[in-house]
Design a protein around this ligand. Structure first.
Ligand code: PGA
Length: 258
């Protein structure tokens, strides 16, 4: 059975000390019964991955990064490789977040290279896709999502695809306090599933996790996580507050996968 995944994307927040404290607070606020049912993932800034890894050791929490580079090593100043992330204790890595696509001009081609590299290193990629407000209003969002998926998954084998997690994050809902309605979310998750089924087969989609992201918080998490086809959430702002984040994870543990 699919286990839900609640992922906290801390973005460019928390100092080294604050990251240590936040992970300690999450450990003390989360119950074992939640971790028995749900995978809970922390994605701190690169600089704090070491301390968070040390702090959460043995707690059942999982560790991920917010980005990765697609080369093994060498003269790529400022970049971090998949192997480095593995050596620091990461199991997951967020790839293609809309903020990186927009602000750092990350292309689908780069995202595809990153997915290949990450899978090679044994990490689980959390591939972010989502349309802008303009694309939704122009009613071209399905085409946008289909292209993002098709390009990101170029030459990813069926066996590799079994490890890929998808996060649907409509750009207009990220950090804005706006939420997609549960029906919109379910419709998009169904559409994503159909696209992946076309690219692979139903065996893949039956086991594939599709997370929702965009202003998920402790007040709306029950409704969002209950929407059909939602297997978890990628949480930004609310993941910086231990109580809110743990409450979202608790909601996930109480809702059946549909
Ligand atoms: P948000 O961010 O929850 O603050 O909207 C989500 C994300 O960008 O992953």
């Amino acid at each position: 059975m699919r286990r839900k995944l609640i992922a906290g994307n801390w973005k460019m927040n928390t100092s080294y000390k604050e990251a240590e404290k936040l992970s300690k607070d999450i450990i003390s606020s989360i119950s074992k019964s939640v971790l028995d049912k749900v995978d809970v993932l922390l994605c701190p800034p690169f600089i704090s991955i070491g301390i968070v890894s040390k702090t959460i050791k043995g707690s059942g929490l999982k560790l991920g990064a917010q980005n990765v580079y697609f080369e093994n090593n060498g003269a790529f100043t400022g970049e971090i490789s998949a192997e480095m992330l593995v050596s620091a204790g990461c199991e997951y890595v967020i790839i293609g977040h809309s903020e990186r696509r927009k602000l750092l001009h990350e292309t689908d081609k780069m995202i595809n290279k990153k997915i290949h590299k990450v899978l090679e290193a044994g990490l689980i990629p959390v591939l972010c896709i989502g349309e802008s407000l303009e694309e939704r209003e122009d009613e071209i969002f399905e085409g946008v999502i289909e292209k993002q998926l098709t390009d990101a998954l170029q030459n990813i084998s069926k066996q590799e695809m079994e490890k890929v997690v998808i996060a649907y994050e409509p750009v207009w809902a990220i950090g804005t306090g706006l939420n997609a309605a549960p029906e919109q979310i379910s419709a998009m998750h169904r559409f994503i599933s159909e696209v992946v089924e076309k690219l692979y087969d139903s065996e893949i989609t039956e086991n594939m996790l599709i997370l929702y992201g965009g202003s998920v918080n402790e007040k709306n998490s029950k409704e969002i996580l209950s929407a059909c086809g939602v297997d978890g959430a990628l949480v930004g702002g609310a993941s910086l507050k231990a109580a809110a984040f743990c409450s979202i994870a608790k909601d996930a543990s109480e809702i059946k996968v549909t």
